[in-house]
Design a protein around this ligand. Structure first.
Ligand SMILES: O[C@H]1NC=Nc2ccccc21
Length: 238
């Protein structure tokens, strides 16, 4: 997969693209992420990327020209990208959308900023996406959240597919089970015996029960939803 990011703050992405799972996925060539500074697509001396809103009002709006110039330049060759715009009022990002986006061969993420982008930019956009009902200073962190959730789903990026399978939100949206590692007892807190038993069937059913219990406790609507769709087995319903 290739992702092109358009932003006025490219420096915010430096660590994200170098460290951890994402950093390895890029350095190994499994995925390609290019961050572009919208300012590099201005033509005036002061490299202006924003301006005051027509009709008055607070703050600044990202101008259309530099973004369109960047889009034209970056789509001259190769597959047309599926274009996202990070917006406070966009469609709520979730695991389902992450799975859908992970299947696209090429993405472009335009990072919203200031009081937003000129409305005409949206003629380039396939999906306006928000990561939540709170207002951030810009769309760069949302772009990183989206890339993190999407890139980890690309085959080969996460070493052990098992951890992908056991993820929260991936087994029918149930929350994940509790995890423990050595030592078996720490400050008086013991690891549940079943996990030390080596009895895989018992461990599996304990984990399933913990996952159902945690989901019922914290996100009852997920259980209700699965019940309605008949996606819970008889044992799970007990
Ligand atoms: O993803 C959004 N969630 C919250 N705040 C934002 C601010 C700018 C762009 C995008 C978002």
């Amino acid at each position: 997969m290739r992702i092109d990011v358009l932003t006025v703050l490219p420096g915010l992405f430096d660590c994200f693209l170098k460290e951890g799972v994402i950093g390895k996925a890029i350095s190994s060539g499994k995925v390609e992420v290019k961050v572009h500074n919208i300012r590099d697509f201005t033509t005036d001396k002061h490299r202006v990327v924003d301006d005051v809103p027509y009709g008055g009002g607070p703050g600044m709006v990202l101008k259309p020209e530099p973004i369109f110039r960047a889009y034209d330049e970056l789509t001259k060759e190769g597959e047309k990208p599926y274009v996202l715009l990070t917006e406070p009022w966009g469609e709520k990002f979730n695991q389902e959308m992450a799975v859908e986006l992970s299947k696209k061969p090429r993405l472009m993420i335009i990072c919203g900023r200031y009081e937003g982008v000129d409305e005409r930019v949206k003629s380039l956009v396939d999906r306006e996406v928000s990561i939540g009902d709170y207002v951030l200073t810009g769309g760069e962190l949302p772009a990183m959240v989206i890339m993190d959730a999407v890139l980890r789903l690309i085959p080969g990026v996460l070493g052990n597919l098992e951890s992908l399978r056991a993820d929260s939100f991936s087994d029918r949206g149930l929350l994940g089970y509790p995890n423990y590692t050595r030592p078996a007892e720490f400050r008086g807190m013991k690891v549940p015996e079943v996990l030390l038993s080596g009895h895989h069937k018992k461990i599996e059913s304990w984990r399933k029960e913990q996952s159902l219990r945690k989901t019922l406790e914290r996100r009852p609507e997920i259980i209700e939803n699965l019940k309605r769709k008949g996606l819970l087995t008889k044992e799970e319903l007990e």
